[in-house]
Design a protein around this ligand. Structure first.
Ligand SMILES: Cc1ncc(COP(=O)(O)O)c(C=O)c1O
Length: 445
């Protein structure tokens, strides 16, 4: 064990981590196995994985069926190229399946290995679309503050959490952020978008991208008509709308895709995470028939965009089986039903624990906000570290979830596997109640 810790510190640069903290403290937990909603570490501590790891293990851990599917595919055709005119059955079938699940007017899929690649692909595809329409100057991408779209070049710049792009310099050219509706009215956010469109000129703007629910920003659920108005605004100015369904796709919110809650159609939809429940890296971009038809007519020569692993046969086979499990076990409906239960449990917490100032859920995406004064929403001072105390106390009680403190917030996020049972939900809520009471007591004494 000690040896693993030393090797970790010496050789393993962790994604989105503090290098200095790692050197001081080493890894917090070294996981060795997963089963259902649980993870077990090398000290045999068992945790409820209340984040589905990175919002992605939708069908839960330890599915032998997915391992068997990968093994079978690897034995027959582990990999072969999908570049140029080569193809293979798993990618063809997964593309067909995703087209079936997507809105009726979206039927063509470009595969990637994750969310960042999907969003960068979407930005290039929309720019290509405008270019072949004779409008190469339509290049700008607008996104929301507090939005998270990944860490590839374009995705980093579209991300509305400045720490991500400041880490290596500054924002790339042609990316703009507008106000999120978080703590504002839909009207103010829409006005901010309209202003940027008018200032920059619609003739220079390719697309607007947003997550149906802003995940990493703190599970920020938009006001009811927000995306209906966004769609209207995009249409008014001839701007494409990209829905980043990387977290919200494949059942997470109690619908197959997040935008279904408001019956809004995007022009482009990006996905990853839940498509393979994290069993294998996989993602992609679905485009509207209109964009596809335009490309069929006007995209001459080679489309110079492709990852070695676009349409990876083993990833595609696992993705297909994962979707089969989601459908067979009715996990989208379970997310809706258990999401209600999570919400009721959160409301109960809000009544019982003073420091809980706000709660929200959409399916199995949920968050609680902490405040010193739940009525005035006066925040804790940053030095009180209340969010990390809650995360730490939950960890001690065998629950893994995520804290969000960007921009002075104290938000605890939840995104448990879609297989949660009522009993497991009760256990999660009990531990949460217990942890919050303990932190509250510590703050008051
Ligand atoms: C909404 C959203 N988009 C994109 C990404 C980036 O995906 P990946 O980390 O697979 O590149 C994430 C990752 O958390 C995400 O939450």
């Amino acid at each position: 064990m000690d040896r693993l810790i030393e090797l970790d510190k010496k050789h393993f640069i962790h994604p989105t981590s503090s290098i200095q903290q790692q050197q001081l403290e080493g890894p917090k937990a070294i996981m060795k196995s997963g089963d259902g909603i649980y993870l077990t570490d090398t000290n045999d501590n068992k945790y409820i994985d209340a984040m589905s790891s990175l919002w992605n293990v939708n069908v839960g851990h330890g599915r032998k069926e997915l391992a068997a599917t990968a093994a079978k595919q690897m034995e027959s055709l582990a990999f072969s190229s999908a570049f140029s005119s080569f193809s293979h059955e798993p990618a063809i079938k997964l593309a067909e399946k995703i087209a079936q699940l997507s809105p009726k007017s979206m039927n063509a899929v470009f595969f990637t290995s994750g969310g960042s690649e999907s969003n960068d692909t979407a930005f290039k595809l929309v720019r290509h679309y405008w270019k072949i329409q004779g409008k190469p100057e339509k290049r700008k991408i607008i996104s929301l503050k507090r939005g998270y779209h990944g860490v590839a070049a374009g995705a980093t710049s579209a991300t509305g959490i400045a720490d991500f792009w400041k880490m290596a310099g500054h924002l790339m050219q042609d990316f703009y952020h507008v106000k999120s509706p978080y703590k504002l009215s839909a009207k103010e956010s829409l006005l901010s978008l309209r202003q940027v469109i008018q200032e920059e000129g619609a003739e220079t703007i390719a697309a607007f991208i947003a997550e149906p629910v802003q995940g990493a920003g703190g599970v920020l659920i938009p006001p009811q008509d927000y995306f209906i108005e966004i769609r209207k605004l995009c249409d008014e100015f001839g701007i494409l709308f990209i829905a980043d369904e990387v977290i919200t796709g494949f059942g997470r919110t109690g619908k197959m895709f997040g935008l279904e809650h408001w019956n809004v159609l995007p022009d482009v939809m990006t996905f990853a995470k839940g498509v393979s429940s994290g069993y294998i890296p996989l993602g992609g971009v679905v485009i509207s028939d209109h964009i596809h038809d335009t490309m069929k007519k006007k995209s001459e020569g080679v489309l110079f965009h492709g990852f070695t692993y676009s349409g990876h046969p083993t990833a595609a086979a696992v993705g297909l089986k994962n979707i089969e499990i989601i459908e067979r076990e009715n996990l989208v409906e379970n997310a809706r039903v258990m999401g209600e239960k999570l919400y009721q449990g959160f409301l109960d917490l809000k009544h019982k624990v003073k420091i809980v100032s706000e709660v929200r859920t959409l399916g199995l995406l949920g968050a609680i906000e902490l405040a010193k004064n739940p009525i005035t929403h006066e925040r804790f001072s940053p030095t009180s570290n209340v969010t990390s105390k809650v995360i730490e106390t939950l960890h001690e009680r065998g629950v893994i979830c995520r804290g969000v403190t960007y921009g002075g917030t104290d938000i605890i996020c939840f995104s448990p596997p879609l297989i949660m049972t009522e009993e497991q939900m009760n256990s999660l809520l009990e531990r949460l109640h217990d942890a919050l009471q303990a932190v509250q007591k510590g703050l008051l004494t």
